[in-house]
Design a protein around this ligand. Structure first.
Ligand code: TXA
Ligand code: MG
Length: 325
């Protein structure tokens, strides 16, 4: 059921009172709080189980408000905001004094974005301020792309869940640091590197390992309960069948190039041909294979261009070494 005007009023009131509201965006659902309320912001970290040093994204209603949240708006930031907002692009800029250090994990920079979702935009307008919102999942696990995912994962820990239907993009925003010389992608996401480079008229940097505190860059993140094994696409069927024979409950991400192949495994997800459809479905597929009782997911990486860069990034993180319990 999509949020009504009175749901939005109620959510805006809860934010004003220091509450937590889950909100739909075009990427994933966020767990929102008043960005200027350090107590509410601290509550987000508590509910997510997220270390307080990991910074949050401030969501605002439009590019025209950006200057209020940052120390300065460099020309590059203005250009990217004009072209991609509202949309799945987050800009890292120098922090304005309005942003509490609790929201930035103590950093002197702040991440800002304008989400492209009517419910999120209506909430931001009704509320009137900035909303810090990480993905509405427990730290390290798979981001929610439906309101049901949020309810299943966070339950009563959130005061209200605004339902805006399934998230269209399905993977998080692209984070671009524009504080330095060359713009740098800190996390690939819904806006592609190619689109950024076309607008900027030059290359953007994509460091393989980031020194910035980006929790999405921890080895194991975006992870389902099942272990994820990445193999070459031609080996997906053979590896899956071998593991199934060895006693695993295997879930398979069957590449589109192998569509129709039969696989003796516990559960099979037939991947779509387009990367947009793959990104849209990705977190749902991981959740589905968990729900179907898989303990191992066998997948391959897509080509790392366009949205494939973000999908491959998330699959690598999902397959990364896990912290021991
Ligand atoms: O699509 C998205 O970005 C979603 C929706 C809800 O907007 N949000 C999201 O938030 O993915 P979260 O908290 O799960 O991831 C935010 C990322 C983290 O990796 C964080 O480290 C990074 O943004 N970040 C935030 N502030 C930063 C800063 N000042 N410098 C570098 N990275 C920052
Ligand atoms: Mg997240």
């Amino acid at each position: 059921m999509t949020a009504t005007t009175s749901d939005i009023e109620r959510a805006a009131g809860l934010l004003r009172d220091g509450g937590l509201v889950a909100l739909p965006t075009e990427t994933v659902y966020g767990l929102g709080a008043n960005a200027e309320d350090p107590t509410a912001v601290a509550q987000i970290f508590q509910v997510k189980g997220r270390p307080p040093s990991h910074p949050l994204i401030v969501h605002i209603a439009g590019a025209e408000h950006l200057h209020a949240w940052v120390e300065e708006v460099p020309a590059t930031a203005r250009l990217l905001a004009e072209r991609f907002w509202p949309g799945p692009l987050t800009l890292v800029l120098r922090r304005g004094s309005r942003v509490p250090l609790e929201a930035t994990g103590g950093l002197e920079t702040v991440a800002v974005r304008v989400p492209d979702h009517p419910v999120a935009l209506a909430l931001l307008s009704a509320f009137g301020g900035g909303v810090t919102a990480p993905s509405a999942n427990r730290f390290g696990s798979v981001s929610p792309t439906t309101a049901d995912h949020v309810r299943a994962e966070l339950g009563d820990a959130v005061d209200f869940v605004l339902d805006g239907g399934p998230c269209q993009v399905g993977v998080e925003s692209t984070i671009v640091d524009v504080t330095g010389g060359r713009p740098t992608i800190l996390r690939p996401g819904g806006v592609t590197r190619e689109d950024l480079e076309a607008v900027l008229g030059g290359p953007v940097a994509v460091p393989s390992t980031s020194h910035v505190r980006v929790p999405g860059q921890h080895p194991s993140h975006y992870a389902p309960r099942a272990r994820v094994a990445l193999v070459e696409s031609e080996k997906v069927v053979a590896e899956a069948e071998l593991a199934q024979e060895q006693g695993h409950q295997v879930g398979v991400f069957l590449p589109h190039s192998l569509a129709g192949a039969s696989v003796k495994a516990h559960a099979v997800v037939a991947l779509p041909g387009s990367t947009a459809a793959y990104a849209h479905g990705l977190y749902g597929y991981l959740r589905e294979l968990d729900e179907r009782g898989c303990d191992l997911i066998v997948a391959s990486l897509p080509a790392e261009k366009g949205l494939g860069l973000a999908i491959a990034n998330r699959l690598r993180r999902a397959a990364g070494p896990r912290a021991s319990a």
